[in-house]
Each structure stands twice: as structure tokens, then as C-alpha cells.
Design a protein around this ligand. Structure first.
Ligand code: SF4
Length: 252
């Protein structure tokens, strides 16, 4: 059972988003965001998101570009052989399964939805291979609609900060829908994915360069502090690393 929420309050969320928005300037956005920025097309976002599952960003981007050069509409993708789709998206992880799902999904879009991606979370979830993460990302990046895409980074980092206490991404999404100001729903995924890949990594986070923690001297400790402290915190918390540097003054 999930423990009660520890909502840090609006000021803390506002600060986190503003700080990470400023910090990420100059970094490449995640591959799916790039696809959405290139062309506001829900189908391309849907395909790229499926390709991105358990696959590194650089591989996803290259696979998406190869596939879109061959087919970037439901009708065109439904007409392709599974083997041809698989060849285009290889070496994305699970490329054969993804190829089968992309073809089936495209066929159903053509047959049942007139070739148009439905802008509805519950309907999207009825497609094979489309989970909540994918469906929410299609809503936010593809349609600019409210959605809250919780992946491993969005689940891990607020828990690491002690701002929430949830055991799985669905519980995190449910709780964040209550406590995260709605205007942050869309950007939080892109910001925490970038931050989680580059700084607040699952293991060995780069705390000495953390934009949320400020310069090391502010905490009155040197660069060696984070790893030692986190190691102790990790042991004390049963294996999951707890952030020892980013405090919050609760605003409510
Ligand atoms: S100080 Fe370390 S653990 Fe805390 S948010 Fe920054 S990178 Fe993550």
C-alpha cells in the first residue's frame, strides 16, 4: 500500500521546473520530443514512443528516422511487411515485436479510426503495446492535451527527493495528478528524463553538479560529500538512493 503523499507544495514544484528549464538549455531534448517538435503529428509521436521503449535515445532517433523515411502514415505503415519494418527499426530493443505491433496498430487505425490517432487515453490504451506512458506522451506531445507521462525517471526522482512515496509508476501518476500543478504536467517528463539521464541517474547520481542542490559549498560540504552520504542513505533506506542534498521548505 502506498504511504500518504508528502506534497512539497507549489513553490517547490515551480522551483524544480524553473531550475531544470534553465539548466537543460543547450541539451538535446529526448528523441520523442524531437519528433514532436519536427512535426506536430500524433501518429509519428505514437510510433517514436513505441520505438523508444527500453531503447536508448540515439537508437530511437535513428530508427524513427529510417522508418519515417519509408512510411509515416498509418496507411503506409500498415502496407509494409513486418520484416521490412523490423529491418528499418533494428537495433531498437524488441524490434521484431515492435514491428508486429506497429503494423497491427496501423492496420487498426486505418480500419477503425479512419487513419486518425484517437485523442483519448482510454481508447489509446486498447491498442496492443500502448501502455499509460505511451498514451500519456501521445496526448501531451502529439495533441498538446493534458497528460502525465510517468516513466522510470519521473517515478524515481520525486521519490528520491522524498516529495512522494509511491511504489510504482501508476501510483506515482495518480498522486502527481493530485499534487503537481497542471501546467507542469507536460514539461515534467522531458525535464526529468533529461535530468535523470545526465545527472540524477539511477545509480551513482552526479550530485556535485546537481542544479537543484546548488553549489557544494552552499551545503557546507565538499565534492566528496554526496557519494558518501548517498551510500549511507542508500543503506539506510533498504537499497534505494535517497537524495541527501535537495531540501524543501514546505509551502503549505
Ligand atoms: S543532489 Fe544528487 S540525488 Fe539529489 S536530486 Fe541532485 S543528483 Fe539527484
Amino acid at each position: 500500500m502506498n504511504r500518504p503523499p508528502r506534497d512539497p507544495g507549489r513553490a517547490a514544484w515551480d522551483h524544480l521546473v524553473a531550475t531544470l528549464e534553465a539548466w537543460r538549455t543547450g541539451f538535446e531534448p529526448p528523441s520523442v520530443t524531437k519528433v514532436a517538435e519536427e512535426r506536430h503529428d500524433p501518429f509519428r509521436v505514437l510510433v517514436a514512443t513505441i520505438l523508444s521503449l527500453r531503447t536508448q535515445d540515439a537508437v530511437t532517433e535513428a530508427a524513427s528516422n529510417r522508418l519515417f523515411a519509408l512510411a509515416d502514415t498509418p496507411a503506409a505503415l500498415a502496407a509494409m511487411d513486418v520484416d521490412a519494418i523490423a529491418a528499418a527499426i533494428h537495433p531498437a530493443n524488441f524490434y521484431l515485436t515492435k514491428a508486429q505491433r506497429l503494423k497491427a496498430l496501423s492496420r487498426r487505425l486505418v480500419d477503425e479510426f479512419g487513419g486518425v490517432v484517437p485523442a483519448d487515453l482510454d481508447v489509446l490504451l486498447t491498442f496492443g503495446g500502448v501502455g499509460r506512458k505511451t498514451a500519456n506522451l501521445v496526448l501531451t506531445e502529439g495533441f498538446d492535451l493534458p497528460g502525465l507521462c510517468v516513466d522510470v525517471h519521473v517515478h524515481r526522482i520525486p521519490n528520491r527527493l522524498g516529495w512522494i512515496a509511491t511504489r510504482d509508476p501508476l501510483a506515482t501518476e495518480t498522486l502527481l495528478r493530485e499534487i503537481l500543478p497542471p501546467e507542469h504536467w507536460k514539461p515534467i517528463n522531458m525535464l526529468l528524463v533529461t535530468f535523470g539521464q545526465r545527472v540524477c541517474r539511477p545509480t551513482s547520481p552526479h550530485c556535485s553538479i546537481c542544479p537543484l542542490a546548488g553549489p557544494p559549498e552552499r551545503a557546507g560540504r565538499g565534492d566528496g560529500f554526496p557519494q558518501e552520504t548517498l551510500a549511507g542513505a542508500e543503506a539506510a533506506s533498504g537499497g534505494s538512493i535517497r537524495c541527501a542534498r535537495v531540501g524543501v521548505t514546505r509551502s503549505r
